[in-house]
Write a protein that binds this ligand. Structure first.
Ligand code: ATP
Length: 446
């Protein structure tokens, strides 16, 4: 079974370790050959010292360039200044810097300068004083602004509604901070820092530039997502949630997986956002669920959770099943304007799957071909599994990712076969009604 890959992060500390080891090896080889000749030792010491200096200078430059990528200042309760924190808590930036600068006893790095701390005023300035021109969205938590920090990092600033005595919002704020500060994955929106300043509460996160998945499915973001791109996105989401369930300590249950919480990059890959509803799963590894107030979004909620108030990672699997149906049909989970038979999209689409009418359920904006309809059918089968009434019957998120990998592989192979088939027809003069897509050409069947 494949393990979910998290991005490789090279930290300054790693460089130091690698370089110090290689210097040590060089020294051993050198002294082995020259048997304590003192002038050679002088030369050796000079080389080692020069190498160490070069390493420190390189590390200092590297650290300056990687300010945004290498920081690891953890969340501290009650802190009132913002800490640029582009990597979750593992130790402090200061400790990394001091380790680096004590390498040869002569600090080369200006710790004060590298301490990338921002004030409310700076965030205020970065967002053009929370200018309406920089507003990029509005959610239950508050308003979201785009901002550009002094070091040119583009960020999204989530500004909580100014209701200082609203305990619910406050709890949600802390909840979001706690969850975000623990995550580090290519397919999860990165947490940079937070600020509490009088009645202002701000969360600064990675800016993702290409809208939400829901906007793409609605066609509000230029061209439609083809099935290949949708499969990539589904895999990205599955990886992100697998990471939350499996590789964070304690595990995190997202609790609000939905298309408007999936942000899309320029390359049409996904980053899962909005941990406002996230709740850390029980720390007791033996615990199978936590009892909690119902939270989430209508249409995505696990019926077993609604009935029992018991939240498990399988509640996310259920929501993911709803999301899969949404992605291949293009419909919203609840379509209130449709007839009763079509109002609840999962019921309608799984009905079509059962009756052999998958082609009817396919998003009409998708290019239709044998390969794409087969892929949609396989995705709907996986969705049906995720939507099992009993959580015990649902697959894990990791298993979902594996199945989606298989579906994508099969889709690519089938697309290539369709393309070759079409090519053969054209060469032999039969003509075709095929249309081109990103993977080649498929035979159009509807
Ligand atoms: N990191 C980000 N990068 C770019 N745009 C973002 C980012 N985070 C949020 N947005 C935009 O702001 C909008 C509001 O986001 P927010 O997370 O506050 O609420 P929501 O998920 O839409 O609503 P809800 O409160 O129901 O979960 C999003 O729909 C998106 O358009």
């Amino acid at each position: 079974m494949k393990k979910t890959q998290s991005p490789l992060i090279i930290r300054p500390g790693h460089i130091r370790k690698l370089n110090s080891n290689s210097s040590a090896r060089t020294a051993e080889n050198y002294t082995g050959k020259n048997h304590q000749k003192s002038n050679n030792n002088h030369a050796l010491n000079y080389i080692i010292s020069a190498t160490k200096k070069a390493v420190d200078i390189f590390a200092a430059i590297f650290l300056q360039q990687k300010k945004v990528d290498s920081n690891t200042i953890p969340y501290q309760a009650g802190q009132t200044s913002y800490s640029l924190n582009t990597s979750p808590a593992r130790g402090s930036r200061k400790s990394l810097i001091s380790r680096l600068s004590t390498y040869d006893g002569s600090p080369e790095v200006d710790t004060a300068q590298s301490q990338n701390t921002l004030s409310f005023e700076e965030i205020h300035k970065a967002t053009g004083k929370f200018s309406p021109a920089n507003k990029i969205g509005e959610g239950g938590f508050g308003t979201v602004y785009k901002g550009i920090l002094k070091n040119r990092t583009v960020v999204a600033v989530k500004r909580a509604k100014r209701e200082p005595y609203d305990q619910r919002l406050s709890a949600e704020f802390k909840n979001e901070i706690l969850a975000l500060s623990k995550i580090e994955h290519l397919n999860l929106v990165r947490f940079y820092g937070y600020l509490q300043h009088r009645d202002e509460r701000l969360i600064v996160i990675e800016y993702v530039s290409n809208g939400t998945l829901r906007e793409h499915l609605d066609g509000n973001r230029g061209s439609w997502l083809e099935i290949g791109a949708r499969l990539d996105i589904a895999i990205d989401v599955a990886h992100a949630i697998t990471y939350l369930h499996t590789y964070t300590d304690p595990p995190i249950i997202h609790r609000d997986i939905k298309a408007s919480n999936i942000l899309i990059t320029e390359k049409l890959r996904a980053k899962v956002a909005n941990f406002g509803f996230a709740r850390l799963a029980a720390e007791d590894p033996g615990a199978t669920h936590i009892s909690t107030q119902i939270k989430g979004t209508a249409g995505y909620l696990d019926p077993e959770y609604l009935r029992t108030y018991q939240l498990t990672d399988k509640s996310d699997v259920y929501s993911f099943g709803v999301l899969l149906v949404e992605m291949v049909t293009g419909r919203h989970p609840i379509e209130s304007k449709r007839s009763a038979a079509e109002r609840v999209t999962i019921k309608w689409a799984l009905g079509k799957l059962k009756d052999g009418g998958v082609a009817v359920a396919v998003d009409p904006r998708l290019r239709r071909g044998v390969a794409s309809i087969q892929a949609v059918e396989s995705v709907l089968k996986l969705a049906r599994h995720c939507l099992s009434p009993s959580r015990l019957s649902r697959p894990s998120m990791r298993r979902c990712a594996e199945i989606l990998w298989e579906i994508r592989k099969e889709y690519r192979e089938n697309s290539t076969i369709s393309a070759s088939f079409h090519y053969a027809n054209v060469v032999e003069g039969y003509g075709s009604t095929s249309r081109q897509n990103v993977f080649g050409i498929e035979t159009v069947i509807a």
